[in-house]
Ligand binder design. Structure first.
Ligand SMILES: [Zn+2]
Length: 169
């Protein structure tokens, strides 16, 4: 008499779980909710300590993730830090000096008005970069940045104004 393999039920269940993972309420990644999304981000941070290819993209990955998650951009200043990071990566070739100028300016700036954040913040999420092979990671993060930057398009001019303000003082 034929018997079902023992692993059959487990496989079915795990496949179903993978399809039905709850999305992160903020970025929409189907990773199992907000905490699971944060864990992926934290794990990515740990990889940066072990592998230069991850370390090199850390700043941009943080800016991408922050601009998709409210808790990182609660104030105008924190939004400015991360949104200008995307702008510098995309429009200034990731020039560290521009980032440093912005950081210095933010440290001297008490209040910045925060605009209304867009409700949709990019099709690409952390779920698309955590699975990338290490040698493809940089490209994956750049695509993530393009997607998030595009989603924030109504505030591109504001990000450019902040960068200009940082340079004028
Ligand atoms: Zn998320």
């Amino acid at each position: 008499m034929a018997t079902l393999p023992i692993s059959c039920g487990w496989r079915t269940r795990s496949a179903r779980t993978a399809i039905n993972l709850e999305p992160c309420p903020e970025c929409g990644a189907a990773v199992g909710g907000s905490d699971a999304c944060q864990k992926l981000f934290d794990d990515l941070g740990l990889r940066a300590f072990q592998d230069l290819r991850y370390a090199a993209m850390r700043r941009l990955a943080v800016d991408c993730y922050a601009c998709q998650h409210d808790r990182y951009i609660l104030s105008g200043r924190s939004l400015a830090a991360h949104l200008t990071g995307l702008a510098v990566a995309i429009e200034h070739g990731g020039d560290h000096q521009v980032n440093d100028r912005v950081q210095s300016w933010l440290s001297r700036t008490r209040d910045l008005e925060k605009p209304v954040v867009p409700s949709v913040r990019g099709k690409i999420t952390i779920a698309d970069v955590t699975g990338a092979a290490a040698e493809e990671y940089a490209g994956a993060v750049r695509r993530w940045a393009d997607s998030v930057w595009d989603a924030w398009r109504e505030h591109h001019d504001l990000a450019r104004e902040w960068i200009a303000a940082a340079g004028l003082r």
